[in-house]
Write a protein that binds this ligand. Structure first.
Ligand code: B12
Ligand code: SF4
Length: 508
C-alpha cells in the first residue's frame, strides 16, 4: 500500500534549558540512509509525551517509527513515547537506536514490549535492511546488527561491522532547505570512533570492540567541505559544531586532514564559525592558527582530572603540563574553550580533590559544573567492572548507575559542592549570557565592556574555587558545610556582589 510506505524518526524531548539544543545527527543519519533508498522519511526532534497531534498523525501513517536514544537517561522517555505511539499505530514497527542504549539493547526490549527492535551500534546500513525485512517479510535474523523480538523472545542477530568508508554515506537528512536552519547553527560529524581508551568513556569502546578497522575512521576533507558548502548554500548555516569525539584523531591523520579542510574552506570562500572537540595533546599553535583563520572559535578539550591517581585511573594518557600548554595556546590565540573535568569518582580522597581544585584555581577554569561533577558510569565502560571488584556499591535507577563514595567524608563534600556552591551556577550563567550578548550585539568593537566582563568571569571562577576550598577544610575538620550556615551565607553574599559586577560590566 503506497500510503503506508513511510518512516518517521523521533528524538525524545530533553532539558534544553540546561543543555544546548541541537539537531540529532544520529537520527538524521539513519533517516538519510533510508531516504536514499527511496523511502519517504520525516524527522521530528525533541518530542514530548503526550505527543503533539501532528506527530501523532504522522506516526499513525508510518510503517516504521524510529526512536533515537542518544543518552542513557533518555531511555524511560523513549519507552513512554513507544507506549503512546503503539496506541496510535498498533501495526507499525517501532525501532530504537543510539549510543544511550549501548549494551542495554535486549534489556530495553525485555522491559518495553511496545518496542520491536533495537539497533546495535551504527545504524546507517541496519535501518535499510530492517526496512526491507519489514516490507518484504524477510526474517529479522538476517538483519546483522539488530536485536529483535521473535515469538515473544528477544533475539540478537550477528554483530554488523561499522561503516568502512564514511564518504559513501549520505549527508544527514535535513529536509528541503528553505530558509535559515535552526538559528543558523548546525552540527556535523566528520569521523567515528576514538583511538584513546579512557576507561570511563563509552566512545573509545563504541562499536570498536567488534571489528578490526582503525579505531578512528574519518571522512575526507573534501567530503566534509562539501557538506559545509551544502549547509551554507541550502540552509544558510553560519555556525557549525563538529561533534566528533576527536576531530584531530588518527595519529596525525586528523591533523593533516584539518590543514586540508582549512585550505578548502578558504578556497571555496566558505564563511563560517565553528567548534571542534579533541584531545589536549593534539593541539599546537600551527594547527590552531590555521583553523582559527578559517573560523575556529571554540574547542572542547577533556582534561578530566589533575591528580595523578585519577589521571591513571581514567587512562587519560595526558599530563597537567600538556593541559596547561593547551589552555595557554587557546588563550593566546583568543579561541574560546571548555573542558571536561571529573572532580569525584567512587574512590576519591581529599588530597586528590585538593589537587584538582588547585589546578582549576591556577588555570582560572573553575565552574560549578567542573567543581561538582562526579564520574558517571555507563554499561560497558571498563571502569564499571573495576569499581565493582573494588567493592563499590552500585544501584540503578531508570537505567542510570549511581554509587556510594567509599570514603563517607567525600559524600559530605560532594553534597556540599552540589548544594552550597549552587548559587555560583546562576552567576556564571548570567555572566556567560551577557558576554555572548555583548559579543553578538556589539561585535568586536565593544572590547572595553567585554574585557571588564571577562575579568568578572575570572573573579567568579576564583571565588567559586575559594568557597570550594572552604568546604573542603570544613569537611576535613568533620563539619558539614550544609548545616554550618555561615559558609552558605558567605556564598550567597559573594554571589550577590558578583551579580552586581556582571550587571555593571554589561552596562545594565
Ligand atoms: C552532540 C552531543 C550532545 C548534544 C546533543 C544534541 C542532540 N540533540 O543531538 C548535547 C550538548 C545536548 C549533549 C549533552 C549531553 N551529553 Co552528549 N554527546 C554528543 C556527541 C558529542 C555527539 C552525538 C552525535 O551526534 N554523534 C554522531 C552520530 C552520527 O552518531 P550517533 O548518535 O551514535 O548515531 C549513530 C548510531 O548511534 C545509530 N543511531 C542513532 N540514533 C538512532 C535511531 C534509530 C531509530 C536507529 C535505528 C539508529 C540510531 O545510528 C547512527 C548512525 O550510525 C556524543 C559523542 C559522539 N561523538 O558521538 C556525546 C554523548 C552522546 N553525550 C553523552 C553525555 C554523557 C552527555 C551528557 C549527559 C553530558 C553531561 N554530563 O552533561 C549531556 C546529556 C544531556 C541531556 N539531555 O540530559 C555521552 C552519552 C553516554 C550515555 N550512554 O548516556 C556521549 C556518548 C559522549 C561520551 N562518550 O560520553 N550531548
Ligand atoms: S579521548 Fe575523549 S572520546 Fe576518546 S576515549 Fe577519551 S574521553 Fe572518550
Amino acid at each position: 500500500m503506497a500510503g503506508r510506505q513511510r518512516a518517521l524518526f523521533i528524538s525524545p524531548a530533553y532539558d534544553t534549558d540546561a543543555y544546548l539544543a541541537a539537531e540529532s545527527l544520529g537520527l538524521r543519519s539513519v533517516a538519510a540512509a533510508l531516504a536514499r533508498s527511496g523511502v519517504e522519511v520525516q524527522v521530528r526532534e525533541e518530542v514530548p509525551v503526550p505527543v503533539p497531534a501532528d506527530v501523532g498523525e504522522s506516526a499513525a501513517r508510518s510503517t516504521l517509527i524510529g526512536l533515537g536514544v542518544l543518552f542513557t537517561r533518555q531511555i524511560p522517555d523513549a519507552m513512554e513515547l513507544a507506549r503512546e505511539l503503539r496506541g496510535l499505530n498498533p501495526g507499525a514497527h517501532i525501532a530504537v537506536g543510539g549510543q544511550g542504549l549501548e549494551f542495554l539493547w535486549s534489556r530495553v526490549l525485555d522491559d518495553c514490549p511496545q518496542i520491536d527492535s533495537a539497533c546495535m551500534h551504527e545504524g546507517d546500513e541496519i535501518v535499510v535492511q530492517l526496512w526491507r525485512a519489514i516490507t518484504t517479510g524477510a526474517p529479522f535474523s538476517q538483519v546483522d546488527g539488530l536485536c529483535y523480538r521473535d515469538a515473544g523472545r528477544v533475539m540478537t542477530a550477528a554483530i554488523r561491522p561499522p561503516v568502512r568508508v564514511l564518504d559513501d554515506l549520505p549527508f544527514p537528512y535535513r529536509g528541503a532547505g528553505n530558509g535559515r536552519y535552526r538559528d543558523g547553527h548546525a552540527t556535523m560529524s566528520t569521523s567515528r570512533g576514538c583511538a584513546a581508551h579512557c576507561t570511563f568513556c563509552q566512545s573509545g569502546n563504541y562499536g570498536n570492540r567488534y571489528h578490526r578497522l582503525p579505531r578512528w575512521r574519518a571522512r575526507s576533507a573534501a567530503n566534509v567541505a562539501d557538506e559545509v558548502s551544502h549547509l551554507v548554500a541550502d540552509h544558510r548555516v553560519q555556525t557549525i559544531s563538529f561533534v566528533d569525539d576527536d576531530f584531530l584523531g588518527g595519529d596525525g591523520r586528523g591533523r593533516e586532514r584539518a590543514f586540508e579542510f582549512a585550505e578548502l574552506l578558504r578556497r571555496r570562500a566558505l564563511q563560517i564559525t565553528f567548534s571542534i572537540e579533541c584531545r589536549i595533546n593534539e593541539l599546537d599553535a600551527e594547527i590552531l592558527s590555521a583553523l582559527r583563520d578559517v573560523g575556529l572559535r571554540h574547542v572542547l578539550i577533556g582534561i578530566e582530572s589533575a591528580n595523578s591517581t585519577d589521571i591513571a585511573l581514567f587512562a587519560k594518557k595526558t599530563t597537567n603540563a600538556e593541559a596547561e600548554r593547551a589552555i595557554r595556546l587557546l588563550r593566546e590565540l583568543d579561541i574560546d574553550f571548555s573542558t571536561g573535568f571529573i572532580m569525584f569518582q567512587p574512590l576519591s580522597e581529599f588530597d586528590g580533590i585538593r589537587t584538582n581544585l588547585a589546578f582549576l584555581a591556577k588555570n582560572r577554569i573553575g565552574t560549578h559544573r567542573r567543581v561538582a561533577n562526579r564520574l558517571e558510569l555507563y554499561p560497558g565502560a571498563p571502569l564499571s567492572s573495576y569499581f565493582k571488584r573494588r567493592g563499590v556499591t552500585f544501584h540503578e535507577d531508570r537505567y542510570r548507575l549511581y554509587y556510594d563514595f567509599k570514603n563517607p567524608g567525600i559524600s559530605v563534600l560532594y553534597r556540599a559542592f552540589q548544594e552550597v556552591l549552587r548559587p555560583f551556577e546562576h552567576v556564571e550563567l548570567k555572566g556567560q549570557k551577557e558576554l555572548f550578548a555583548l559579543a553578538t550585539s556589539h561585535g568586536d568593537e565593544d572590547t572595553v565592556h567585554m574585557r571588564e566582563l571577562k575579568g568578572v568571569l575570572d573573579d567568579i571562577a576564583a571565588a567559586l574555587v575559594s568557597a570550594a576550598f572552604t568546604c573542603l577544610e570544613a569537611v576535613q575538620a568533620e563539619e558539614d558545610p550544609l548545616s554550618a550556615g555561615e559558609i552558605a551565607e558567605d556564598v550567597r553574599q559573594k554571589c550577590a556582589e558578583l551579580i552586581e559586577r556582571v550587571d555593571h560590566a554589561a552596562c545594565r
